[in-house]
Design a protein around this ligand. Structure first.
Ligand SMILES: Nc1ncnc2c1ncn2[C@@H]1O[C@H](COP(=O)(O)OP(=O)(O)OP(=O)(O)O)[C@@H](O)[C@H]1O
Length: 283
C-alpha cells in the first residue's frame, strides 16, 4: 500500500520566457497539501493551474521558490536523483488522456510499460491486474487507446499513472469533455485510489459538480491563491507575506484605494471600510 506524501510550496514563482517578453504564470504560491489529502485546483483560464501542477510534477523547475514533496525539496535534487524520486513518488496525468498512453499498446501493456520504466528507476511496483481493477479498467484492458471511449481513456491514463504506486497523483482536468456518467466513473476511480491507497491527489477542474464532491478546493487567480473552499464554505487565504486576496463579491463593493479599518470584536476581526467624506480634510 502506498503512503501519500505531503506537498508544500514556498513563494513559488514561474515565468515563461518568450521572445520579446516574459509571462508571469505564478507570482508567489504558498500551498500546503496534507499527506493523503484530495485537493481540487480551480480558477479561470490562464490563471496558472496547469503551470502549478507541472511544477509539482517536476516537469520543469520554478523560476523562484521551493517545492517539497514529503521530506524532499525538489530543487535540491540533481537531475538523476530527481528523475528517480519522481518515478517512485509522483505521477502526473497530462491534460488529454491520449498524451499519457502509448497508442500501439493495449491498456494492460501500457501499465506494464509504465511499471517497467518505474522499476528501472527504483520504484517498488505491484501486480498489473490490481492496478487495472482499482481504476475500473479490467473490462477493456486488452483494447488499444484508439478503440476506447473518452471516459475509458481517462481511466486507462489513471491506471498508467498509478502503475508505480506513487505517493502523489497530479491530474490535469481528467474529467473535462466527458458526459456525466463517464465523468462520475473517472472521479469515482480517482477517489477510490485515494481511499484505498492513501495517495495524495491534486486535480485541476473547471466543473462545479466535480468541485462539489471534493473535500477541499483551492482557487488560483492571476498566479496566486485567490481563495479556498472547504466542504462548500468559501474562505480567503492569508499569504505568507500577509496579503489577503478579497473574494470577488467583496472586491466589487470596495473599489481600489478604499481604506479599511481592522477592528477587534470579541474573538473576531471585523473589516470596516472608511466612509467617504469622513477623511480628515487639509488643515
Ligand atoms: N509554454 C508557455 N509559454 C508562454 N506562456 C505560457 C506557456 N504556458 C502557459 N503560458 C501562460 O501562462 C499563464 C498560465 O497558464 P496555465 O496554462 O498555467 O493556466 P491554466 O489556469 O492552467 O489555464 P487553462 O485553464 O486554460 O488550462 C497564461 O497566461 C498562459 O498564457
Amino acid at each position: 500500500m502506498s503512503t501519500g506524501r505531503a506537498i508544500r510550496t514556498l513563494g513559488l514563482v514561474h515565468l515563461y520566457r518568450t521572445e520579446g517578453y516574459d509571462v508571469a504564470a505564478l507570482s508567489g504560491v504558498d500551498l500546503v497539501v496534507g499527506a493523503g489529502e484530495v485537493v481540487g485546483l480551480l480558477g479561470p483560464s490562464g490563471s496558472g493551474k496547469s503551470t502549478l501542477l507541472a511544477l509539482l510534477g517536476g516537469l520543469f523547475r520554478p523560476s523562484a521558490g521551493k517545492i517539497f514533496v514529503g521530506d524532499h525539496e525538489l530543487s535540491a535534487l540533481g537531475p538523476a536523483a530527481l528523475d528517480a524520486f519522481l518515478a517512485r513518488e509522483t505521477s502526473l496525468m497530462l491534460q488529454g488522456a491520449q498524451r499519457n498512453l502509448v497508442p500501439y499498446l493495449s491498456v494492460r501493456e501500457n501499465v506494464v510499460f509504465a511499471q517497467e520504466a518505474a522499476r528501472r528507476l527504483g520504484a517498488d511496483v505491484v501486480g498489473v491486474g490490481d492496478t487495472l481493477a482499482l481504476v475500473g479498467a479490467t473490462g477493456f484492458a486488452d483494447e488499444r487507446p484508439a478503440h476506447l471511449s473518452q471516459g475509458q481513456l481517462q481511466r486507462a491514463a489513471l491506471a498508467v499513472a498509478m502503475a508505480p504506486r506513487p505517493g502523489v497523483l497530479l491530474a490535469d482536468e481528467p474529467t473535462s469533455a466527458l458526459d456525466r456518467s463517464a465523468r462520475d466513473q473517472v472521479l469515482d476511480a480517482v477517489l477510490r485510489v485515494n481511499a484505498e491507497l492513501g495517495t495524495t491527489v491534486v486535480l485541476v477542474t473547471h466543473d462545479p459538480d466535480v468541485a462539489r464532491r471534493l473535500p477541499r478546493t483551492v482557487t488560483i487567480r492571476d498566479g496566486r491563491i485567490g481563495g479556498e473552499g472547504r466542504s462548500g464554505e468559501e474562505y480567503a487565504v492569508v499569504t505568507a507575506d500577509g496579503f489577503v486576496p478579497l473574494p470577488a463579491a467583496v472586491r466589487e463593493s470596495l473599489p481600489p484605494g478604499t481604506l479599511l479599518h481592522f477592528e477587534q470584536d470579541g474573538g473576531r476581526w471585523v473589516v470596516v471600510p472608511e466612509v467617504r467624506g469622513e477623511e480628515p480634510g487639509p488643515g
